[in-house]
Design a protein around this ligand. Sequence first.
Ligand code: GDP
Ligand code: MG
Length: 183
Amino acid sequence: MAKTYDYLFKLLLIGDSGVGKTCVLFRFSEDAFNSTFISTIGTLQDRSVFEQSQQHTIEGIMLVYDITNEKSFENIKNWIRNIEEHASADVEKMVLGNKCDINDKRQVSKERGEKLALEYGIKFMETSAKANINVENAFLTLARDIKSKMDTKLEGDSPQGSSHGVKISEPQKKISFFPCALL
Ligand code: GDP
Ligand code: MG
């Protein structure tokens, strides 16, 4: 069935292999968690990553690490450096500490995640694709931030923008994501 939307944002999920990018996206788009199916679609999507990310302007990037994997957390800095070199400065970013359902194997405290995100001026959330914690919240927050950035830009471009006191209230709009790539 065709899905309708008012806004379509292009989104990239990056982070080390195995942190749960495919699962997070699948949880958000299908509200499901199924390991076998996910590893299959993950492989299929990974193959066309480079091609696709060349063709689209990315509006949002989710930087994902695994709270049970110290290395994946340390690598977030490298991923951010990579983005700064290759993506538009305008791209809205968010850091996700995934797998927060497995607290007994935790290697990265929530405070360290918060501190890292703060250093870069990026929002942060701990998520679990498996237990369905904060996944929708994260995507919707990113979507809202992309949209308000777009609105601010439009206001700046147009002399009749709301900065001149004209405010047109819109009905509730539906926001969707087009997942460009899963690395
Ligand atoms: P990707 O390489 O970043 O796309 O990672 P995947 O989405 O393929 O997930 C890697 C592994 O982590 C799989 O075995 C998933 O079942 C598992 N996984 C992903 N998200 C979670 C989560 O939130 N909690 C737990 N416990 N396992 C997860
Ligand atoms: Mg994957």
